[in-house]
Design a protein around this ligand. Sequence first.
Ligand code: NI
Length: 420
Amino acid sequence: MGLAQPSKLQSKTDADAKLLESKLIELRRYFHQNPELSNREFKTSEKIVAYLKALGLEVQYPVAKTGVVALLKGGKPGPVVALRADMDALPVTERNGLPFASKAVADFGGQQTGVMHACGHDAHMAMLLIAAEILVKHKAELKGTVKFIFQPAEEGAPADEWPGGAELMVKEGVLENPKVDAIFGLHIQSLLPSGQIAYRSGGLMASVDGVDIKVKGKGAHGATPWDSVDPIVVAAQIIQGLQTIVSRQTELTKAGAVVTIGSVHAGVRRNIIPETAMLEGTIRTFDDTMQKKVHEKIKLTAEKIAESAGASAEVNILVMYPATINHEELTRKMVPTLIRTAGEKNVVVTQPVTMAEDFSFYQRKVPGFFFFLGAYPAHLNLQTQPTHHTADFMIDEAAMLTGVKALVNLTLDYSEGWKK
Ligand code: NI
């Protein structure tokens, strides 16, 4: 599928991408200045719908609350390729001093906060819109159909609106009518050199699940602990016990795993032993069997430690995002396309990363390939470059051109090599 040489059509689409670069940057800055939180992407979707309609595309809105889906039918028979961009911003107050920095504020969980595209989803939308524009221009020569998916709430829907994002889009049938044969997506990565593409076959990004543990003991005066069943001490033992799940009970040579307790709450006063303690954490794995096993071990460890102290532990596991697993055959076939797009030295194999991405929901249904597009600004020091989800986050906009070409070329090469 991945062709060693660009086709005639691809020489044209590469040139189109270059011509549209200033429009690409303009679009990205529009989204950057108008960031909206998960499931609140109203102005964002309005802009996307208007743009896609102006291109003459069939547009479906809303999908999964604020999502947009557009369909491009090519002039020749072929497969259905889906391209996906996520749309939401984060409750972060921008601090990087950019002239087009966001001034937006919004309510997040009852608190006023700045809103910022601090993960690069603004760039994802801009790249996908320009890719759509290019493919529309050449639709007579296009084999098959392209489905453009603009997905809300990748960062997670508000708690009372769960499920959202990709999971809800799949539930609402985004991969059907027409049925998608393959899906592609990318993520800007501010810590990778600009224009570099990093990919991995198989497990690329971790699954993430939440865990809540409520330890119930018996309260007493702090002076007489023998009258209590101290839930704080039990919670501390549970936290220690959980550390052995990854280090002693998980086959780490197969794939990594992470268990993190990120929140501990108990008690109100130094001389009162409370009745309960609450722990909250996350679980990350790259393998479904391992994921199940870690869940079971957490339950067992917490319950039995609590029991040994005469307390009880209620363990509640919230299954959130599955692992992002790249389809091996599809990855192998498409890597030459990435190499041709970005240049051989700019395409590298990456280690798995322990962040999660809800692109995984599409990959559970159809073959999917997700990769990273490097975009760290060359004038910044890589060692001190602010990471994603922080107030100083910044990307090199020049990287987006490579992203557009990659999306277009993946579509064309996949369609070209498609056999029914
Ligand atoms: Ni992101």
